[in-house]
Ligand binder design. Structure first.
Ligand code: ZN
Length: 155
């Protein structure tokens, strides 16, 4: 399952990428552009905009969209996970949170100059985004998000 996230629920972008779901962030003004991209690329739309839900292509069920109810990011994520029965586990830590590119494993010695010394000392597993070159490790930010996903899973 792939997603396109409307600008009014932007917090969902990083959550979904963290879970390994290919996710685009739509920041334009023209809803049709988002709908066309969703149709062309087979993406589910996530939005808080009831206008979009009334469009023929969505109302008829040809294109799937989820109307997000809450304005709280964690509630929003819970709704998406439950409505679409998402897998919170198997894709974790596989996509770049910034640019949606699949991460590749990278050897520890290659990141020595690129991560803070305390991270290098304590972490052995690293991944890199081949597109923006960002280095990922399972540090505190990751653990925090993972803990929240855990809570979502347990309801
Ligand atoms: Zn990247």
């Amino acid at each position: 399952m792939k997603f396109i996230v409307d600008h009014n629920v932007g917090k969902l972008v990083k959550w979904l990428r963290m879970m390994g779901y290919d996710t685009l962030f739509f920041t334009g003004d023209d809803d049709w552009q988002m709908i066309i991209t969703a149709l062309n690329e087979g993406r589910v739309i996530l939005t808080r905009d009831t206008e979009i839900m009334r469009r023929g292509v969505i109302a008829s069920g040809r294109l799937r969209a989820v109307l997000i109810q809450s304005d709280k990011p964690e509630e929003q994520m819970r709704q998406v996970v439950e409505t679409l029965d998402l897998d919170c586990e198997s894709g974790l830590f596989t996509l770049c949170l910034e640019c949606n590119t699949p991460l590749v494993e990278i050897e520890k010695k290659q990141v020595k100059e690129r991560v803070p010394p305390f991270v290098f000392k304590t972490q052995d597993e690293y991944k890199e985004c081949p597109s923006c070159r960002r280095v990922y490790w399972k540090g505190t930010h990751w653990q925090e998000m993972n803990r929240k996903l855990e809570e979502l899973r347990q309801g």
